[in-house]
Write a new protein. Sequence first.
Length: 281
Amino acid sequence: MNNLHKQTWLITGATRGLGFQIASAALLAGANVVATGRDLQKLKDVFDDTKNLLLLELDVCDEPQIQRITETAFKKFGSIDVLVNNAGFGQLGLFEEVTPEKVKAQFDTNVFGLMSMCRSVLPFMRKQRSGLIYNISSIGGSLGFENSSIYCSAKFAVEGFSESLALEVKQFGIDVTIVQPGFFRTDFLDQSSVKFGTIAIDDYAQYAKALNDAYRSQNQQQAGDPKKLGQLLVEIAQKPTRPMRLAAGSDAIEYLGTANSNRQNDLNKWADYSRKTDIND
């Protein structure tokens, strides 16, 4: 692994899980790391104090705070080379059983918070004429899952935004990579992280219970190793070219491959009907 001592990584949601492992891998590789989270004390509890580490409290739904920490990071290390948008949570549950307030909260954090981070960091990267943005999505950003309509819709939004943003900022030497993890052994499904629907609808009762139980049974049984994902992102960051999408995990390759194949089959099957909408000159 090459030394990253000249790079500065700004990472959201670094207190635990994937964010912590990404920050740890970047530190090990020699990068300057700005690790952020909603609770500063928890950050201090999990990270050792080193000269190339800056711990900052951040709620990605707080735009003035985002601007302050971005400026603080730049003043501390002189550049922001890699932004890792990892902060987020999983709002699970059947669509009708999730309140509008919870839908909004999901998008505020997982989508609008991510956009606000990009908006704050991009001026620094444009000035540098270089940079890399990792937007942490999910396989649920390219295909839907039962009991995940809200979570998946937020991740779909992240992917559409990221793909379009990549086209806009490529001219400045800035890459945007969508990271699509499969199922990783993190605290994503822990009670402290995941949220389920709170509106009980009789028609869904047995179905919802079975789905919720299935999700809970997967907790800490996932095949993905978050430490290895952190190491992978450090490795990819050092490549001269980076992918638009990076599937993470063998299960991600399988799920996304099947989804892409199904889309292509639908496209081919209905192509003659699709062409009926063309204007006949």
